[in-house]
Design a binder for this molecule. Structure first.
Ligand SMILES: *Cc1c(COP(=O)(O)O)cnc(C)c1O
Length: 385
């Protein structure tokens, strides 16, 4: 079994990084649940010495996702936040970072409450406006940190243009690609230097693992990240790496269904008289629909909609039967959440209003259940409003 040199995305998802197990021929990379490796003689070993440094299941996971993102190397971490933390060690005190405003709440917390203590400085800019990126740059800016689409407003950043602006100033670009997944968008193809993921979401896809990954393209970044992964030690364990490998095999067919279900439900909600607004890049009413068509393959599995008041939103949230009220996203099962009191509760109300997150907003991570069942669930809950 050999992966063709010009294999397509779906084939890469299934095969990249995975060769039959050399000792048995097992087609699936085993869960190497070991802490150490016996050496043949003093100074003679098979390339594996200690499992923080090397683990074959983790190596397969890293090579698999690096290939999916069209990067040079991947590094597995214990969570998406551990992956982002590792990327930030590329910086030194005094450095400044421009960040997509309304970035993931955990990222904001890491930057503001942890990394500021190490004299890193952050400016949150509306990166959907390219001029705002330019305006936020300083002589000390050493990184552009992008997230597109954002949560829960589903605002997009033009990746190719943003990368051109940053690179013109010698600034590397990192993209948190968790919301889209590499099926929907591959930032490295648009010029990004680094991609981070919470593999907890679409890549694993089955709501049964927490993990993260950094995919890098530049040799200096690769060398440093390999060093830091071992030095800090926030590695993904073999069981979680294996679960994600199982997940990525079906990413393309899952994303096709996430895309199709979300598009249909967004259209249904947009035409419903009790819904006051729908945010979804696949709707022609989305302010960046044209960019979405150019930059994304399908429009992803996340929808946000507004009900006009907290009371009306509460009725919908409390009456949905099939859709589960829970944080997180990207699993096969549909999850609904209330950003103002759940994912964005720590954002001050004033700031929430600025970004556009009202108390009446509901976010849906659309799963891959039967579309009619999902639509009927929304219909009956909206009926009660
Ligand atoms: C969930 C998430 C993270 C954090 O990932 P964890 O695995 O929970 O640490 C980062 N970015 C985005 C966009 C996310 O959705």
């Amino acid at each position: 079994m050999k992966l063709p040199d010009r294999a397509r995305f779906d084939t890469i998802c299934i095969h990249a990084g995975q060769t039959p197990d050399p000792s048995t021929g097992a087609i699936i990379t085993p869960i190497y649940q070991t802490s150490t490796y016996v050496q043949d003689a003093l100074g003679v070993h098979k390339g594996y010495e200690y499992a923080r440094t090397q683990n074959p299941t983790r190596s397969a996971f890293e090579a698999n996702i690096a290939a999916m993102e069209n990067g040079k190397a991947g590094f597995g971490f214990a969570s998406g936040m551990a992956a982002t933390s590792a990327v930030m060690t590329l910086l030194k005190s005094g450095d400044h970072v421009v960040v997509t405003d309304n970035t993931y709440g955990g990222t904001y917390r890491l930057f503001e409450q942890v990394l500021r203590r190490y004299q890193l400085d952050f400016t949150y800019a509306d990166t959907s406006q390219l001029g705002e990126i330019e305006r936020a740059l300083r002589p000390t800016t050493k990184l552009l940190f992008l997230e597109t689409p954002t949560n829960p407003m589903l605002r997009l950043t033009d990746l190719e243009s943003a990368c051109m602006i940053a690179h013109a100033h010698g600034i590397p670009v990192v993209v948190d690609n968790t919301f889209a997944s590499p099926y929907v968008q591959r930032p490295i193809d648009f010029g990004a230097d680094l991609v981070v993921h919470s593999t907890t979401k679409f890549l694993n896809g089955h709501s049964d693992s927490v993990g993260g990954v950094v995919v890098a393209t530049r040799d200096d970044h690769i060398e440093w990240l390999r060093f830091v992964q071992n030095a800090q030690g926030a590695i993904i364990g073999p069981m979680d790496a294996w679960l994600v490998l199982r997940g990525t095999k079906t990413l393309p067919i899952r994303m096709e269904r996430h895309n199709a279900n979300a598009q249909a439900l967004a259209e249904f909600l947009a035409s419903h008289p009790k819904v006051t607004a729908v945010h979804y890049p696949g709707l022609p009413s989305h302010p960046q629909h044209a960019l979405a068509k150019a930059q994304m393959r399908g429009f992803g599995g996340l929808i946000a909609f507004e009900m006009g008041s907290l009371e009306r939103a509460r009725i919908v949230l409390n009456n949905l039967q099939l859709m589960a009220l829970a944080e997180s996203l990207g699993g096969v099962e549909t999850l609904i959440s209330h950003p103002a009191s759940m994912t964005h509760a720590s954002v001050p109300p004033e700031r929430r209003r600025q970004i556009g997150i009202g108390d009446d907003m509901i976010r849906v991570s659309v799963g891959i259940e039967n579309l009619d069942d999902l639509r009927e669930d929304l219909e009956q809950a909206l009926e009660r409003v």
